[in-house]
Design a binder for this molecule. Structure first.
Ligand SMILES: NC(=O)c1ccc[n+]([C@@H]2O[C@H](COP(=O)([O-])OP(=O)(O)OC[C@H]3O[C@@H](n4cnc5c(N)ncnc54)[C@H](OP(=O)(O)O)[C@@H]3O)[C@@H](O)[C@H]2O)c1
Length: 338
């Protein structure tokens, strides 16, 4: 079955990759259109070797569309996703607008694809770019020993702030490397070149950032267990693409390093990297991949029921575009899209 697709926010950092990933994975397309704001309407974008004109987002643009892949600010999704659903489409949305809505499944196909059969509002939420690889890596271990508590520190790339983040960082980096005065940050909260920033997101009243609260709430929803404890510290680092995560995970039962490594080596979506062979996950290796790279698996010396691991994934691909396209593939494969 091939379907009519609309890519909304097609000109952004995530939308750009959605176009690439749809073509790479040979998504079954009957027709495709690309939508954005008036800023980009009329511009040309490339898809599968052909040029398409970006259309202005408006209600009529969704007529006849079966799947919408949306990557806009949350406020735009709040307005237009229900309009697309009313026109008959299922929306897979990359913003945070619908993630905690109890009527919208929050899906990582390797973890909870079955939730796609329960789309009450016609909207599937694509999770946060830290929560996705965290859950891909921990699900096979959860199945063996039941995750009780996660402590995670992140090393998040500039592209997590979208196209504007990358422009900001590139301008800073070239000036910094040339020994010239570094321009003031425009997207990031402080200079990122030669620095790390732990307040690159808005602060919530509980003292955690918005990003950290997303990691807490979304991880529990994806794993389907509200009792899992999650304690994150999210940090922006001077890397262009791919987020890294240092994870300590406590289980209900002891889990040996050998059993954890064996489970990770055959887990869907995971590339297990064995440090005894000199392999270790790195952003530069993960960039451009749809996989979650896991390595440095070791026993927590302070807790017999806990393991430590290091996880890296491309935030724009597995953390956003590829996960969304995988959800769309499942919607077609499972006959959910009519
Ligand atoms: N970057 C990541 O790592 C990442 C990961 C997971 C989720 N997300 C989420 O995905 C979404 C997109 O992120 P991004 O990084 O791709 O941002 P981005 O690079 O800033 O792109 C935003 C896109 O939304 C479009 N847009 C903005 N305002 C619009 C409007 N009023 N009407 C229609 N289209 C509009 C833009 O079109 P114009 O060209 O017309 O402005 C552009 O195509 C955000 O909600 C973000 O939180 C991002």
């Amino acid at each position: 079955m091939s379907v009519n697709v609309a890519v909304v926010g097609a000109t952004g950092a995530v939308g750009d990759l959605i176009r690439k990933v749809l073509a790479e994975r040979d998504f079954p397309i009957k027709s495709i259109k690309f939508l954005a704001s008036e800023k980009s309407a009329g511009k040309a974008v490339e898809f599968a070797g052909e040029s398409y004109t970006v259309e202005l987002i408006r209600p009529e643009a969704f007529e006849g569309v079966q799947i919408v892949l949306s990557s806009t600010p949350g406020s735009v999704s709040k307005e237009f996703s229900p309009i697309a659903v009313k026109a008959g489409a299922i929306v897979v949305d990359n913003s945070s607008a619908w993630r905690m809505d109890p009527d919208c499944p929050l899906v990582v196909p390797e973890v909870n694809a079955h939730e796609l059969h329960n789309i009450k509002k016609g909207i599937v939420a694509n999770p946060n770019c830290v929560a996705i690889p965290l859950c891909v890596a921990l699900k096979p271990l959860h199945d063996l020993a039941q995750v009780k508590r996660i402590v995670v520190s992140t090393y998040q790339s500039s592209s997590g702030k979208g196209a504007k983040g990358l422009l900001d960082f590139n301008a800073q980096l070239s000036a910094w490397a040339a020994g010239k005065p570094v321009p003031a940050p425009t997207a990031h909260r402080a200079q990122l070149a030669g620095n790390v920033i732990t307040l690159d997101w808005a602060l919530d009243p509980n003292g955690f950032t918005e990003e950290e609260n997303k990691v807490i709430n979304e991880t529990r929803k994806i794993m389907g267990d509200q009792t899992i404890g999650v304690c994150p510290t999210c940090v922006r680092v001077p890397v262009k693409v791919a987020h890294s995560e240092a994870i300590t995970v406590e289980f209900a039962r002891p889990l040996s390093v050998a059993d954890a490594k064996a489970a990770l080596a055959k887990a869907p979506g995971v590339v297990f990297m064995d440090e005894t062979k000199g392999e270790f996950p790195q952003p530069l290796l993960a960039e451009g991949s749809d996989h979650t790279f896991v390595g440095r698996v070791r026993q927590d010396p302070s807790n017999p029921n806990a393991l430590c691991l290091w996880v890296v994934a491309d935030n724009l691909r597995k953390g956003a575009a590829s996960n969304a396209v995988q959800c769309a593939e499942e919607l077609v494969k499972r006959g959910i899209v009519k």
